[in-house]
Every structure is written in C-alpha cells, then in structure tokens.
Design a protein around this ligand. Structure first.
Ligand code: SF4
Length: 413
C-alpha cells in the first residue's frame, strides 16, 4: 500500500505555512480524491498549546505547528483514525528533521497513536508525497500560489483604496483552488488554470493604484515557515508596506527546486550520474519548468522586472563567494544567494525573517555584513521572532529609512 492509499478516509491537515499555498495544495489533494484542509489559523491559543509540550529549545515553527495540530485534537468530534497531520521533513543540518518524530511522540503521549503523521522528505525532493498525478498538480499549486502572491505584493502597496488588492487576491485564490481541485487530466487542468490566471491578472490590473512615488523595494528572505507565516512574523510585510516599503518575498518553489538540485548533486557524488533516479529527477525538473513557464505566460508583462532566477544554480553561484553551496547546505545558501540576486533586480534593502535561535538565521547574520559591503552598503537586517511581540514598527521604520537613503544614493550614482 502506498502512502496515498493509507490516506484514504482521513482528513489531511496542512500547517498554514503560507496562506495561499496551503489552500492550493489542499485543493491538489482533493483532485486525487483525498480530503484535505488547512490547519486552523494560528493565534494566542496556538502558542499556549504548543508551549505545553515544548521547552523553549525548539524553534518557533515547531511550537506553532504543534499548537495548531493540538487545536484540532481538542475539537469535540476529533477522531484520530480519521486524521492525518502533514509534516514534511528534511535531513538537513537543522532541527526541522526532528519535528515529525516529536509531533508523533506528543500524539502518542496524549493517547492518539492512531493519528497519522504524513511526512514526505526533502531527501528525495518530496517524491513520497504521492503518485505522479498528484505531485504534478501539487507543483502547479505552488507555482500559482507564488504567482498570486507576487501580484498581491506588487499591487497592494500602491492601491488607492485600502483592501481592494486583498479582495482581488482572495477571489483569485478561490478560483485557482477550484480549478486545481477538479478531477481531470493534466492537459485539461492546465487549460483551466491558464484561464483562471488570466482572469486573475485582469482583476489585479483593474485595481486602482497610484505609482507616482516609487517605494523602496525590500527583498524578504529567511526561514521558509516564519517568512511566509503571517502570525509567526507578526505580519511583517503588511507593516513594512505601512512604513512605505514594497516587499518581494522569496517564494516556495525556490525551496522545491533547491531540493531537486541537491538530489542531483548527491546522485553524482555517489556515482549515480547515469541512473534511473537521475533520469527521473531530470524529467521531473523539465516538466516542472515547462508547467511553470505555461502558468507564468499570461502574467509576463505584469511581472516584468520581478522575474525569479532562471535556474536554482544561478542563486547558488551568487552564494559561492560567501557560503560555498555544496559545503554548507539549506536555506542559508539560498538566502545569501537571493540577497545578491535581489540586489541585481533593484532591491534597496533585504530583510531576513528568522525564528529566534534559528541556525540558518544566525549564520546568515554573520555573513550579511560582507555581502552588504560588496553591494555598496545595501541595508540588510535579520529580524528574529519567538512568539513574543517586540517593537517591530520602530525597527521597520528605521529600516525603511535606511532603504530610502540607499534608493536615493542609487539614483544619483
Ligand atoms: S531552519 Fe531554523 S527554524 Fe527552521 S527548523 Fe531549522 S533551525 Fe529551526
């Protein structure tokens, strides 16, 4: 029995790492007949429940995801035999690899040994997530949610009536989820998705905006969960916009492409350059890039200047002088490489969002002064989060001012 079959009859709860992507991936699960929904929104109760089973040594995302799962467990109608908690894992150098095992242990302690922890791994580029029908739809789910997020972030700071862009975003997200969840072949689904994305583009174009003042563009990098999870990062991007900035967040597809690139590298390292696994990896990569290209096509004009690197290797190259990407692994490499890339695309500042004590964040923070020096003093700052509110507005205000100065300097240079 494969993992997808053992999920039949269960509701898969997905941690809301990213608001849009979680909804899109849940729709992708529904397209293969599985029941899936986002875990509840995080709030003070999430932290309270998560803290009961954590000591403070764990990273914030662990406390948040565990807390949200415990909210589900506490529902009066909860049946462990009918639930699966989605918790991907990674063999990387940080604590992420421990989450799945720890959540399982807590569930056992609470008497819910029957609950399933569904845990695909980055070691094989998340192939355990399901059959190829599902994985292709899931990839498309990530692509469209990243694209909608891009449209949201490049439009909202300039809207003339507060809330218009969010409304359009929500409307478009619902339409995309509907298109993803329908059972159909890949060709038919792609046709529908392109139609839906074209309509979304037109809706975003119709939002009244005022672009007379060019805001400083701030690249957002950092730990993948915390940078995408509004509650964990105290809604940093919207607050950055209130201070006059425009955010460009590193998207989720970047991580998926990175894990595939790492898999290729590891296969070469163990002498499997010409192997079935390598062939599978390369075909998957080709199909994914093809799908991405198709879905991005209707937005070509709208996202001019906001293109992501053409290959993940381009990012890794930018990281090379600071953190050799085949020696140091994971998000730190992407964050440093992306900082250089975003500077080339016109960013006036970089914010790294990291959970407090995150190893990736700490290493990047040590490297950033060197990167900044090489990029004419580009403002780069790490913002740490641990679930306790600090004075984020004060710090963002100062940061945006630094970015504005850099923007002025760039204009006269
Ligand atoms: S990346 Fe950072 S926050 Fe995430 S699991 Fe690793 S150490 Fe923890």
């Amino acid at each position: 029995m494969n993992e997808q079959q053992t999920l039949i009859g269960r509701t898969i709860y997905l941690p809301q790492m990213s608001y849009g992507a979680t909804r899109c991936v849940a729709a992708a699960f529904r397209s293969v007949g599985l029941d899936a929904e986002p875990a509840p929104d995080s709030d003070a109760e999430t932290l309270e429940l998560g803290s009961r089973f954590t000591s403070g040594d764990e990273c914030l995302p662990e406390r948040i995801t565990l807390g949200d799962f415990l909210k589900i467990v506490n529902r009066p109608q909860f049946d462990p035999k009918k639930a699966a908690f989605f918790m991907p894992t990674s063999g990387g150098p940080c604590r992420f690899g421990q989450y799945e095992g720890y959540i399982e242990k807590v569930m056992r302690q609470l008497g819910y040994a029957d609950v399933m922890i569904f845990s695909p791994s980055s070691k094989n580029a998340y192939q355990g997530i399901g059959d190829s029908t599902f994985t292709r739809t899931a990839w498309r789910a990530f692509v469209v949610s990243d694209l909608l997020q891009k449209l949201l972030l490049k439009t909202r700071p300039y809207e003339t009536r507060r809330g218009d862009t969010r409304e359009v975003y929500e409307q478009s997200l619902r339409a995309v989820c509907e298109a993803l969840s329908v059972r159909s072949d890949h060709g038919e689904r792609m046709k529908r998705l392109i139609e839906v994305m074209t309509k979304a583009r037109d809706r975003f174009r119709a939002v009244p905006v005022n672009r007379s003042e060019k805001r400083p563009l701030i690249g957002i990098v950092g730990e993948i969960f915390c940078r995408h999870h509004f509650f964990s990062n105290e809604n940093l991007i919207e607050r950055l916009e209130e201070h006059g900035g425009e955010g460009w967040i590193s998207d989720l597809c970047e991580w998926i492409l990175y894990t595939a690139s790492q898999e290729r590298h590891n296969l070469v390292r163990i002498g499997q350059r010409l192997s079935k696994a390598m062939l599978k990896n390369r075909i998957t990569n080709w199909v994914q890039r093809h799908d991405e290209h198709q879905l991005r096509k209707p937005l070509h004009e709208d996202l001019k200047g906001y293109e992501e690197p053409s290959t993940i290797e381009e990012l890794l190259q930018y990281s090379e002088p600071y953190l050799p990407p085949r020696g140091s692994l994971g998000e730190m490499v992407l964050n440093v490489g992306k900082t250089v890339y975003l500077h080339k695309k016109g960013a006036h500042g970089i914010i790294d969002i990291s959970p407090f004590t995150c190893m990736n964040g700490i290493i990047c923070e040590a490297i950033y002064p060197h990167v900044s020096r090489d990029l004419d003093g580009l403002p780069i700052r790490t913002f740490y989060f641990d679930g306790v509110a600090g004075d984020l507005d004060r710090d963002l205000g100062i940061f945006v001012e630094l970015a504005r100065n850099y923007q002025r300097k760039k204009r006269v240079a």
